[in-house]
Design a protein around this ligand. Structure first.
Ligand code: XMP
Length: 542
């Protein structure tokens, strides 16, 4: 299958480049910026994109394998990627007097005589420039930039085909070789016509074929899984979330069900009826060996007396590993078994594995290392069939292998469960109170519709939940004074959990939901709505 390789130098928008191109039906692979470009990487590659970066080229920023300039493939440098190409080819890159950030106009200045000077690259240059937005006969549009450096001397062969309103080179193309560069970010939605520019590179310059469909990918995954596993058993650790459920469905679709062992730990920190729902969903998918480990009491006694968030997380992480090892041993699988995980592409990126030298570890604290996983990885017996996919692609794949929409549309739920949503000490009683309140909140969100979009609130919201605060407050119930707990409701919109906006509820809905909660859950005396965005707040309260 034709593919576009994206060399990642650590920009926060690298994933978006991949997204945009896959949306065009072309397969992409994002690799660390300094990956050696051997024959395996280059097989079926039609073009290479060099991403942005928080680094500066003149401060020893991450560099690509020199082979990138010798492989003959079309290159597209975006921001740092462009500066990198210019610098590596003998040009100069220097700091701007003032960092440029946000929307900036760009005009294509040289389109008329593109390549007329006999440039070998002439036809490709014209095809590329035709992808830029045309406004009233001029290729002038609003781009989106975020850079502190600029090109102060172009490397031999490069020519500026577009300038920003601030007078800096914005579109650079090599006259002889298929090398293209943009100082702006076509992948972000604020860039006018950005998808068209990427499309021009992918199709008109690289001539990539659009062979990426989910149906085809599922077929390939099924046969490659079956081939790799042979007749060894596979154990998948299920959390109950979308990713591991889809991974389970895929294994059950690819392998005889007797080969597939699914293990799920009920830590007692789950949402209401979670274990029941997970069990029903997996049985419906054909699971024969579903091992549900009920370990709520062990977790609660380990958490006794702990109020500090990091201490709670540590105890949960450690106990998870201990129980996992014990229970896996008890299954008595032969050593040759494969361990499967529902790791997504974004999980790899977020734990810093996909980026350049100064990899920014964004969410490493969410990924608890496990000796079992490490040992299996060393033995080459880990299966991560979703590790090339984004969340919404996983949802599409899930639908193709029979996972119910009800499961696929579920909001994310943190590994440590309700322990991060009960502030202070976690007790069985508090878990029950929170479970009840949270279930009412979620049920209401599913049954109420937004007048604006026509969808249920639940589907418009990225993540919603209730948080039990370690505070009691006075109230009255009938004629009796009541001293109930305070509950916070949280509902946010987000694309990926990295940033989040508060969901703007109509006040009447919030009031009705709050009333139902205080009327039903007798221990809750007061309900508040969290109106903090991320940043500065995080999504969970901890
Ligand atoms: P924060 O609170 O960091 O959360 O803004 C971002 C997203 O990550 C989820 N989250 C976790 N997921 N294990 C997980 O699997 C964890 O320890 C964890 N902590 C937070 C959170 O629910 C949100 O979707």
């Amino acid at each position: 299958m034709d593919k576009i390789v994206i060399l990642d130098f650590g920009s926060q928008t690298t994933q978006l480049i991949g997204r945009r191109i896959r949306d065009m039906g072309v397969y992409t692979e994002i690799l660390p910026g300094d990956t050696p470009l051997d024959a395996e990487v280059l097989a079926e590659t039609r073009g290479i994109i060099l991403s942005g970066s928080p680094e500066s080229v003149y401060e020893n920023g991450a560099a690509p394998d020199r082979a990138v300039y010798e492989c003959g493939l079309p290159l597209l440098g975006i921001c740092y990627g462009l500066q990198r190409m210019n610098y590596d080819q003998g040009g100069l890159v220097e700091p701007l007097p003032r960092r440029e950030y946000g929307r900036i106009g760009v005009t294509i200045t040289e389109a008329e005589d593109a390549g007329n000077g006999g440039a070998a690259n002439a036809a490709a240059i014209r095809r590329f420039l035709e992808g830029f937005p045309l406004n009233n006969g001029t290729r002038r549009f609003t781009a989106w930039m975020s850079h502190g450096d600029t090109l102060t001397r172009l490397a031999p062969g490069f020519r500026a085909y577009g300038l920003s309103d601030t007078g800096y080179p914005a579109v650079l193309i090599h006259e002889e070789r298929p090398w293209f560069g943009l100082q702006f970010h076509p992948e972000v939605t604020h860039c006018e016509g950005g998808a068209g520019i990427l499309r021009a590179f992918v199709f008109a310059v690289c001539g990539a074929g659009a062979g990426w469909t989910m149906e085809r990918y599922v077929q390939e995954l099924r046969s490659s899984l079956a081939e790799r596993v042979g007749d060894s058993p596979v154990l998948l650790l299920i959390s109950g979330g979308v990713d591991s459920t889809v991974a389970g469905a895929l294994l059950l679709a690819a392998l005889p069900p007797d080969q597939v062992h699914l293990m799920y730990m009920d830590t007692g920190l789950m949402r209401k009826d979670e274990t029941k729902t997970v069990k029903a969903a997996l049985e419906k998918l054909g699971a024969r060996h579903l091992h549900i480990v009920y370990c709520g009491e062990e977790f609660l006694s380990a958490l006794k007396g702990l109020a500090e968030p990091e201490a709670k997380r540590k105890v949960i992480g450690d106990l998870f590993i201990t129980i996992q090892e014990r229970e896996v041993r008890a299954l008595g699988l032969p050593d040759s078994y494969f361990l499967a995980q529902g790791t997504l592409y974004t999980d790899l990126i977020e734990s810093g594995k996909g980026v350049g030298k100064k990899a920014q570890l964004i969410k490493s604290h969410h990924n608890v290392g496990s000796p079992l996983v490490d040992a299996k990885r060393r033995a080459g017996r880990i299966l991560e069939p979703l590790d090339r996919l984004y969340k919404d692609e996983v949802r599409r794949l899930g639908a193709l292998v029979g996972v119910d929409q009800e499961v696929l549309r579920r909001h994310p739920f943190p590994g440590p469960g309700l322990a991060v949503r009960i502030l202070g000490e976690v007790t069985a009683e508090k878990c029950d109170i929170l479970r009840e309140a949270d279930a009412i909140f979620i049920e209401e969100l599913k049954s109420r519709r937004s007048a604006e979009t026509g969808n249920s609130f639940y589907d418009d919201i990225w993540q919603a939940f209730a948080v039990l605060l370690p505070i009691r407050s006075v109230g009255v119930a009938g004629d009796v004074r009541k001293y109930g707990w305070v509950l916070a409701l949280r509902a946010i919109t987000s694309a990926d959990g990295m940033t989040a906006d508060v969901y703007p509820f109509p006040a009447a809905d919030l009031l009705e939901i709050s009333t139902r909660i205080t009327n039903t859950v007798k221990d809750i005396g007061r309900v508040t709505y969290d109106i903090s965005s991320k940043p500065p707040a995080t999504i969970e309260w901890e």
